[in-house]
Write a protein that binds this ligand. Structure first.
Ligand SMILES: *[C@@H]1O[C@H](CO)[C@@H](O)[C@H](O)[C@H]1NC(C)=O
Ligand SMILES: *[C@@H]1O[C@H](CO)[C@@H](O)[C@H](O)[C@H]1NC(C)=O
Ligand SMILES: *[C@@H]1O[C@H](CO)[C@@H](O)[C@H](O)[C@H]1NC(C)=O
Ligand SMILES: *[C@@H]1O[C@H](CO)[C@@H](O)[C@H](O)[C@H]1NC(C)=O
Length: 212
């Protein structure tokens, strides 16, 4: 009994130490997830009502772009908090987020979601490309203001970071609402390996509040 208590106490201390060490210079949360609410003020967070996951500001992941709130018409009570702000990229053809602290050789699901919400008051949703690093991933053809455009890719990281890049095609200003990174077991999605990524169920166009 006493021994077990002691051991429990030990593993607890180790766990706390582990988290403390992982916390230094890491962009990963305790589940090794990265959840980014683009356009939030630096160092602030939001909570996803469905998953209860904490989304962090995109400030530590990118140096370019301008933050906006979506138009109040679209900021309904049921809309996920991550959709209330966006970061938009009026300058440069290529603007990239860098997701660090990854394990080279590990498999990840990366999700980029854009909900327009007429944030720029132009009533003109753009079309832009999304690249993973230097590789073409998807074309975000945003066709309505209140639908979230979801791009998903499964990839094996060749180094300790991945870049999600928005590419201006002269068809409107690229913007983004949220980015998710989730580690996957090596054994699933075998077609995603070190030589090729898998653009999955990639081109969904869903109501903003329904995206998990
Ligand atoms: C955000 O937090 C970092 C680290 O604690 C700090 O260096 C930085 O000044 C903060 N930025 C703002 C805008 O508060
Ligand atoms: C975009 O470029 C223009 C002209 O160089 C500059 O005035 C503006 O501050 C830039 N905006 C951003 C967000 O970098
Ligand atoms: C974008 O979507 C619209 C409506 O579905 C379609 O007519 C148009 O060809 C698409 N544009 C591109 C560049 O994919
Ligand atoms: C990755 O998967 C593809 C298709 O399944 C296969 O042709 C390729 O050889 C694999 N690459 C490696 C490094 O296993």
């Amino acid at each position: 009994m006493n021994l077990r208590k002691m051991l429990d106490g030990c593993s607890c201390v180790l766990l706390v130490l582990g988290i403390a060490i992982a916390g230094v210079n890491s962009q990963l949360d305790s589940l090794s997830f990265i959840s980014i609410d683009c356009g939030l003020p630096p160092n602030s967070t939001s909570i996803d009502v469905d998953t209860k996951l904490t989304y962090v500001s995109d400030d530590q992941f990118i140096d370019t772009g301008v933050n906006y709130r979506i138009a109040s018409t679209y900021a309904t009570n049921t809309l996920g908090k991550q959709y209330l702000t966006v970061r938009s990229f009026p300058n440069g053809t290529r603007n990239c987020y860098t997701l660090k602290s990854l394990a080279a050789g590990s498999k990840y699901l990366v999700r980029a979601v854009s909900m327009y919400g007429n944030y720029d008051n132009l009533n003109k949703p753009p079309i832009f490309d999304i690249h993973l690093g230097v590789n073409y991933w998807d074309t975000a053809n945003i066709t309505s203001a209140d639908a979230a455009y979801v791009s998903e890719i499964i990839t094996v990281a060749s180094s300790s970071y991945l870049q999600v890049c928005l590419i201006n095609k002269d068809l409107g200003t690229p913007f983004i609402s949220l980015i998710d990174l989730r580690p996957l077991e090596k054994s699933i999605y075998q077609d995603a390996n070190s030589t090729q990524s898998l653009v999955s169920f990639g081109r969904l166009n869903l109501g903003g509040s329904n995206v998990r």
